[in-house]
Design a protein. Structure first.
Length: 88
């Protein structure tokens, strides 16, 4: 079984996504970030772009954000977005 981390994606209207991920990719202001399980704690700003959540088994969930904050804690990653829309 692959290692996972819990990820929450929320905006002002509420929770958009909550679940486990093997990897999270986000558009940081200084470039794209890749967050995997056991990543060091981090708080950083996000710019507009696509947040991709690799849920394993070749499945990827994609969301478009208009900026926000990414927080990495030992067992949870939180994306606090200005606005989020789910991509297909």
């Amino acid at each position: 079984m692959a290692m996972t981390v819990h990820v929450d994606i929320v905006d002002a209207e509420g929770e958009i996504h909550s679940g486990l991920a093997e990897m999270i990719y986000a558009p940081g202001t200084m470039g794209e970030l890749g967050i995997s399980p056991r990543h060091a704690p981090l708080v950083t700003r996000l710019k507009s772009g696509e947040v991709r959540v690799d849920t394993g088994g070749g499945k990827m969930q994609c969301f478009y954000i208009t900026g926000g904050i990414l927080e990495v804690q030992p067992h949870i990653v939180t994306v606090l977005a200005d606005q989020v829309s789910r991509r297909t």
